[in-house]
Write a protein that binds this ligand. Structure first.
Ligand code: ATP
Ligand code: MG
Length: 567
């Protein structure tokens, strides 16, 4: 191998995350016959969020990169909280992110196999039915430094456990009356080894298997075995499962023969500032109508981000940038915002939208006349071309682009000052009209005909450029200004208060009677635009041709603020 090849190899190795490094080593060692298989295992008890996207990118990404397969497996072992609504949304969101599963499986597909395996454990003296209450069992558990106490049922005859296990599933045993426990070691320093529960009784019908089962396997027993039945080679999960791994391996060791073993590898979960990711709390926000549903654009759910205007690429790039480690941390939500800005900067058409309009009248522009000016659709992408925009005597501009008495470093409209109207003329402000409350109702200016593009003074420099739309040709729109849902940086850490008290009351500000360019007449939900100088906006699903609704995806950096900090 040449020196450069060697270097390239080193280079690419450095860029591999620790999981890719493990996978490559396993491949080199010929483990599992060179096969790579992963799974994404959501519990269908809620909608997917940006944290799940991190797991999805890894599970599907590893399979893609190493020519393996990734299956979607619904971890539906608890009928109490699960629903088909969630199953459908999960599939839609994974597809939208751009990933493909090889098969769809359900943990409930394995209920029969898991049952047979549990029976085998009982027969081999490795599991027993415990008739104690949950409280009694918890009391005997001990602590990491104090050994637990054996259940009085621990050494009951195999036949007795078998008979009771069947009863647990026949409907004769009420919920909470008995459980099946693995017989491992009540003194183990790993608490998960202290006779973990394998099965419990639940009488609620299951969304797929109906009333066929009354005894349901617990996560620890179901997960590893499902991985094994399916042929998973690398079972990737978040760090909180690290302490479960010895148990994961123990269950497999009891029955698996041969070389093949799924291997559990843990990575850090995604936690993000100003964001709550617990499905239980997100459900609460939805149920208590504190947000407009799972797809409320303020939610960290995939469907919420989609409705907000996030693209799959922006989410995948963000996940790529933050990477995978062995340490939990808190990611700044501004990194996610940065990612969508970068993506939309490349693809979004630039248009004019005026959120808080005030009328600008060009007093020296001929009444009843108008003209078209050219606007570049996207300076970052020439192929997007340009369009013609109506210009005239009366324009809508942003209210805060005028100040009657402005500080020195204010480069927008103030009496005596010149600004460029984007794509059109330079105008000089001459004054304004106010109502009886002192609120500005009209701003006046004179335009300079020689400053239009193609004219001798077209390139004359002025310090400020502002956007506008023609009063006679614009469209009305509702604009929803979204902000962070929580007021505090780490809402999950605020243990002493109700998380609902931490909600940002200004996370949604609705602006009616905004004015947008006529070219937005036929927009469709999810279309994205840059409203020049303001931010990226997309069309909400509530939008109709008669009532346009835009969501602010993310703002641009505010040039006024930037100037303020500079001076
Ligand atoms: P629950 O609170 O209901 O257990 P969960 O967030 O663990 O929810 P699951 O549906 O069990 O949700 O998660 C599916 C997969 O997504 C799991 O492998 C889990 O580790 C991963 N996952 C969940 N939340 C995050 C997160 N914040 N960051 C990275 N991965 C996550
Ligand atoms: Mg879970």
């Amino acid at each position: 191998m040449s020196a450069t090849e060697n270097l390239n190899k080193e280079e690419s190795k450095r860029n591999l995350n620790f999981i890719e490094q493990i996978v490559e080593k396993d491949l080199q060692e010929g483990k599992n016959g060179g096969r790579i298989q992963t799974r994404f295992p959501p519990e269908p008890n809620g909608y997917l969020h940006i944290g799940h996207a991190k797991a999805i990118c890894l599970d599907f990404g590893i399979a893609e990169k190493y020519n393996g397969i990734c299956n979607l497996r619904f971890d539906d072992t608890n009928p109490v909280k699960e629903d088909v609504e969630y199953v459908d949304s999960i599939m839609e969101d994974i597809r939208w992110l751009g990933f493909h599963w090889e098969n769809v499986f359900y943990a409930s597909d394995y209920f029969g196999q898991l049952w047979d395996l549990a029976v085998r454990f009982i027969k081999e003296g490795k599991a027993y039915v415990d008739e104690q209450t949950a409280e009694e069992i918890a009391r005997q558990k001990g602590s990491p430094t104090v050994p637990g106490i054996n259940s009085p049922y621990r050494d009951r005859p195999v036949e007795e456990s078998l008979e009771l296990f069947y009863k647990m599933n026949s409907g004769e045993i009420p919920e909470g009356k008995m459980v099946l426990r693995a017989k491992i070691d009540m003194a183990s320093p790993n608490m998960h080894f202290r006779d973990p529960i394998m099965y419990r009784v639940i009488h609620i019908p299951h969304h797929r298997t109906g009333t066929q089962w009354k005894a349901y396997p617990m996560y620890d027993f179901a997960h590893g075995q499902s991985d094994y039945f399916e042929g998973v080679t690398h079972s990737l999960c978040t760090l909180e499962f690290e302490v479960h791994r010895p148990l994961y391996d123990w269950f497999l060791d009891q029955f698996a023969t041969g070389d093949y073993r799924p291997r559990q590898i843990e990575f850090n979960r995604l936690n993000m500032t100003y964001t709550m990711m617990s499905k239980r709390k997100l459900l609460q926000l939805v149920q208590e109508k504190l947000v407009a549903g799972w797809d409320d654009p303020r939610m960290p759910t995939i469907c919420g981000l989609r409705r907000r205007g996030y693209t799959p690429e922006s989410i995948r790039n963000f996940i790529d940038d933050i990477g995978y480690t062995k340490y939990d941390g808190l990611i700044d939500v501004s990194l996610l915002e940065h990612s969508i800005r970068e993506d939309l900067n490349k693809r979004a058409m630039r248009v004019s939208g005026v959120i808080d309009p005030v009328k600008l009248i060009l007093t020296n522009y001929p009444e009843g006349e108008g003209e078209m000016v050219e606007a570049i659709n996207n300076p970052e992408d020439e192929s997007m071309g340009s369009r013609q925009v109506h210009f005239g005597r009366e324009l809508w501009i942003e209210r805060d682009d005028f100040m009657e008495e402005a500080p020195k470093n204010y480069f927008r409209l103030t009496p005596g000052n010149e600004v460029r109207l984007k794509n059109a003329y330079i105008v000089r402000c001459t004054g304004c009209k106010k109502d009886e409350n002192g609120v500005v109702t009209e701003v006046y200016a004179e335009y300079d005909p020689l400053t239009r593009s193609g004219m001798p003074e077209a390139n004359r420099k002025v310090k400020g450029t502002i956007h506008w739309v023609s009063v006679d040709h614009c469209l009305d729109a509702e604009v929803r200004l979204y902000d962070r849902l929580f007021l505090v940086e780490n809402p999950s850490e605020e243990k002493d208060c109700d998380f609902r008290d931490l909600l940002n009351p200004e996370s949604l500000v609705i602006k009616q009677h905004c004015k947008v360019e006529a070219c937005l007449k036929d927009v469709k939900p999810l279309d994205s635009f840059q409203f020049q100088r303001i931010g990226y906006f997309n069309v909400d699903k509530d939008s109709t041709p008669d009532h346009l609704v835009f969501n602010r995806t993310v703002s641009l950096k505010d040039s006024w603020k930037k100037q303020q900090t500079k001076n």
